[in-house]
Write a protein that binds this ligand. Structure first.
Ligand SMILES: *Cc1c(COP(=O)(O)O)cnc(C)c1O
Length: 379
């Protein structure tokens, strides 16, 4: 592939010679109207009609029992881990090929991430590698499942749906069920994606979505946790509200809670964005079709694996090696077409150097080869 020619193609597709970012939000629906309504109502902060409405709409959208809007995707992951009972000194199985927030949320609990390799096609946690790890290291004891090597309890497993591509989530859940390990989906990037016709965020005991500015829809900043267990949802709501016991006037906090609620102002924006979801998706699908035509006859463009429906959040190419990757990055960025390599593997960051991990062969191959390309909706 010729990166210069590719840059020209992207400029033509976006009909501009100016800088083309990776992913920008678009506000062409009721965003201003709902924001103005919120300001007029004075309910701009952490309670209000838009929060309730947004939670209800996400519950319907992802086909779960209950949702709790929160301040960020990271806060959502942290709360989810707390709610399923992850404790100080626990270990949590996850993937090193992820955004740093996945491992940070685990660390906020005083727990330690253990990195399991990903599958090449999904770029998500590999059930095969997960099973191999558990078969070798895990042991079920009276008070939980333990890692025999470290003698630590395995508190949860957090697979992530990379760029909206679904991981093999039902296989992961089946394996974790056999080992009594709760699954929390890091669905930050996967709103609207499906695995075998079932929604991202509806497989795990808990799941977290993000509505940060770069995600498929945005609330400015924010997130939501979803679950099919109403008691877990209630617990998440409680912990996100400083663990305040309900009472007309007394301040009584029965445990250590957090201020993790989503403000009504952000929920207003989020609700308007959710209404725009079908329009955004349609436009992104058209862009992907254009890329497909451009890359026809090559294997560069990464396509969604079978049995999945992709939300088309971030599109990417897979190059042959790191040299080709680096040349692609420098040529496209110099031409004003923003491209970005996939994340540095988390076990290579200073905080996570000493975490246990398996061989990470696939993660390393993908780290050297995957580059995101401009993926914004064009409306
Ligand atoms: C964006 C993202 C998060 C964190 O979401 P924020 O809303 O930015 O806190 C977590 N995990 C992954 C994989 C993400 O892409």
């Amino acid at each position: 592939m010729n990166p210069k020619d590719f840059s020209q193609f992207v400029q033509d597709a976006f009909q501009t010679d100016e800088f083309i970012p990776l992913h920008v939000p678009i506000f062409k629906g009721n965003e201003k109207k709902y924001l103005e309504e919120t300001i007029d109502s004075t309910f701009v902060s952490s309670v209000g009609a838009f929060v309730d409405k947004f939670e209800e709409q996400i519950t319907n959208f992802t086909k779960v029992k209950k949702s709790v809007a929160v301040a960020s995707g990271t806060a959502g992951l942290h709360l989810s881990l707390k709610v399923v009972g992850v404790e100080l000194e626990d270990e949590v199985l996850t993937q090193a090929l992820s955004f740093v927030a996945t491992a940070n949320a685990i660390t906020y609990c005083g727990a330690k991430p253990v990195f399991i390799d990903v599958d090449m096609d999904t770029m998500g946690l590999s059930p095969k590698h997960l099973k191999a790890f558990l078969d070798y290291f895990a042991e079920i004891r009276s008070d939980g499942t333990y890692n025999k090597q470290t003698n630590k309890r395995i508190g949860a497993c957090v697979p992530m749906h990379t760029f909206g591509f679904m991981s093999r989530i039902d296989e992961i859940v089946t394996i974790c069920d056999q080992w009594n390990i709760p699954v929390i989906e890091d669905a930050a990037e996967a709103l609207g994606s499906l695995y075998k016709n079932k929604n991202a965020g509806s497989f795990g005991q808990m799941s977290a979505f993000s509505f940060n500015g770069n995600k498929i829809i945005t609330s400015g900043g924010g997130g939501i946790v979803c679950t099919n267990d109403e008691s877990l949802a209630d617990k998440a709501k409680f912990l996100s509200t400083t663990a305040k016991d309900p009472h007309k006037w007394e301040y009584f906090h029965s445990e250590l809670g957090f201020n993790y609620r989503m403000p009504n102002l952000n929920a207003a924006l989020a609700l308007a964005q959710l209404e725009m979801y079908p329009t955004i998706l349609e436009s992104k699908k058209q862009l992907f079709s254009a890329y497909k035509k451009y890359f026809e006859g090559t294997t560069s463009l990464v396509e969604p694996p079978k049995e999945t429906t992709w939300n088309h959040w971030l599109m990417c190419v897979q190059l042959s090696n790191i040299e080709e990757r680096n040349e692609f990055l420098s040529t496209t960025n110099a031409a004003g077409v923003m491209t970005r390599p996939i994340w540095k593997l988390l076990y290579k960051l200073p905080m996570y150097l000493h975490c246990q991990r398996d061989d990470q062969k696939n993660a390393n191959l993908l780290e050297d080869r995957i580059v995101n390309i401009p993926s914004s909706a064009r409306i």
